[in-house]
Design a protein around this ligand. Structure first.
Ligand SMILES: Cc1ncc(COP(=O)(O)O)c(C=O)c1O
Length: 386
C-alpha cells in the first residue's frame, strides 16, 4: 500500500534539488568558513551566497539575518535575547495562548526570571483581537511576540495591524513565521515587524537550520558564547551544507506560493466534500479565510483520536493529532483549549492533516475515503459501547 504523508506541518521531506545543492558541501567543499585557505574561502562564499539568496527572497539586507539551528533557537534568541538585553526599558512582554511551545516556554522562562508576561486569549477561530493587544500594552511593555500562522489550526494572526499599532510604542514586534514561510509571501521591507523566525525543515529544506531576522538597529543578548560567527551574534561554526540547502528551499518555495496555495485549498475542499457526501460528522477548526492553506484541522465528535490515528497509520496514512502524546494519553492541545474552552468534545476529537511536496489528488481522495470509513466505524463502536 502506498504510504501517504499528510503531516507536512510537523516536518517535510527534503526537496531533491535541495539535496543536490547540499551534497558537495559535505565532501569536496567541506571547509570551515572562518578558515582563510581556499577550502575555507569556498565555504565562506557559499554561505555568503546563501545569505544573499534568502535576503533577496525576504527583501531585506543580508546583515539582518542570523542563521540558527532552527525555529526553536530563533524564537528563543528573539524572546530571551531581546528581553534580557533591554530589561532596563521595561519588564512586560505580550504573547498569545496559541503560540508554539518554543515561544510559550521561552516566555515562561522569562517569568521565572522576574518578567511579567500577558498571554492574550483568542476567539473561536484562533485569532487574537487587535483591541486586546492594545489594552494589554503598558508603558513598560518591551516586546510583543505573536505567531504569523498557527501550526495546529493554520489561523493567521493580524500581523500587519499589530505591527502598525506598535509603531508608536517602544515595544518591538517579533513573529514566529515558521509555518507561514513558504506559504505566504514575506516581504520584510513592507511588513511592520522587527524580528521574525523561520525554519528550513518546514519548507522542504534540511532539519537543524533556521534563521532570525533582526531589523537593523535591534540588539539581543547572545544565547551562545564562543566564536565571532554571525557578526558576534551567534557563536558556533556555521552549518554550511544546511544553510546552502535552506537557501535553495527558500527560493523554491517562494517561487511556487500561488500554485501550491491553490493545490492545497483544493485538497482541503476534497476532504470536506467527501466527508459531507458520506455524511460524516465533523467540524473544521481555525479561521475560514485567514488561514495557512496547507493545514486542515478537523474535529470528529465522539471519535477516539488515538484510535483514529492508529487506524490511519495502519492504512499507511500519516497524520497528526496536533496534540502532545504524554505517557500514553493524549493531552488536549493548548491551542484548541484556548479556542474552545467550553467545548471539550471538539478539543478531544481533533486531528490535523497538513499537505505538501509529493501529495497528489489521488492520495488526498484516498485519505478522504479512508478517514470517512474509519471515523464511521469508530463512531459505531463508540455508540455500541456506551
Ligand atoms: C510555529 C512553529 N514555531 C516553531 C517551531 C520550531 O521549529 P524547529 O522545529 O525548527 O525548532 C515549529 C515546529 O514545529 C513551529 O511549527
Amino acid at each position: 500500500m502506498e504510504l501517504i504523508y499528510v503531516d507536512h506541518a510537523a516536518t517535510s521531506p527534503l526537496h531533491p534539488d535541495v539535496l543536490n545543492e547540499m551534497l558537495p558541501y559535505f565532501q569536496t567543499h567541506f571547509g570551515n568558513p572562518s578558515s582563510i585557505h581556499q577550502i575555507g574561502r569556498q565555504a565562506r562564499q557559499a554561505l555568503d551566497k546563501a545569505r544573499r539568496t534568502i535576503a533577496s527572497v525576504l527583501n531585506v539586507h543580508e546583515q539582518t539575518l542570523i542563521f540558527t539551528s532552527g525555529g526553536t533557537e530563533a524564537d528563543n534568541m528573539a524572546i530571551l535575547g531581546y528581553a534580557l538585553e533591554h530589561k532596563s526599558k521595561g519588564n512586560h512582554i505580550i504573547t498569545s495562548k496559541v503560540e508554539h511551545h518554543a515561544v510559550l516556554h521561552a516566555c515562561q522562562e522569562l517569568e521565572k526570571r522576574g518578567f511579567d508576561v500577558t498571554y492574550l486569549p483568542v476567539d473561536e477561530t484562533g485569532r487574537v483581537k487587535l483591541n486586546d493587544v492594545q489594552e494589554a500594552l503598558r508603558d513598560d511593555t518591551i516586546l510583543v511576540t505573536l505567531m504569523f500562522g498557527n501550526n495546529e489550526v493554520g489561523t493567521i494572526q493580524p500581523i500587519e495591524e499589530v505591527g502598525q499599532l506598535l509603531q508608536e510604542h517602544q515595544a518591538v514586534f517579533h513573529t514566529d513565521a515558521v509555518q507561514a514561510c513558504g506559504m505566504v509571501e514575506l516581504n520584510l521591507s513592507q511588513l511592520p515587524v522587527d524580528m521574525l523566525s523561520v525554519s528550513a525543515h518546514k519548507i522542504n529544506g534540511p532539519k537543524g537550520v533556521g534563521l532570525l531576522y533582526m531589523k537593523e538597529g535591534i540588539k539581543v543578548k547572545p544565547v551562545l558564547f564562543g566564536g565571532e560567527q554571525e557578526r558576534k551574534r551567534r557563536a558556533g561554526t556555521e552549518n554550511v551544507a544546511a544553510v546552502v540547502g535552506f537557501a535553495k528551499a527558500m527560493e523554491l518555495s517562494n517561487r511556487s506560493i500561488m500554485e501550491r496555495t491553490e493545490r492545497y485549498q483544493k485538497f482541503a475542499q476534497t476532504l470536506i466534500d467527501v466527508w459531507s457526501k458520506k455524511e460524516v460528522d465533523f467540524y473544521v477548526n481555525g479561521h475560514q479565510h485567514e488561514r495557512l492553506p496547507h493545514v486542515l484541522n478537523v474535529s470528529f465528535p465522539y471519535v477516539n483520536i488515538e484510535s483514529l490515528l492508529m487506524n490511519l497509520d495502519m492504512a499507511s496514512i500519516c497524520a497528526s493529532s496536533g496534540s502532545a502524546c504524554t505517557a500514553g494519553s493524549i493531552e488536549p492541545s493548548h491551542v484548541l483549549v484556548a479556542m474552545f474552552e467550553n467545548e471539550s468534545e471538539r478539543v478531544q476529537s481533533a486531528i490535523r492533516f497538513s499537505f505538501g511536496f509529493g501529495n497528489t489528488n489521488e492520495q488526498i481522495e484516498r485519505v478522504a475515503l479512508d478517514t470517512a470509513e474509519i471515523v464511521k466505524r469508530l463512531r459505531q463502536q463508540e455508540e455500541y459501547i456506551s
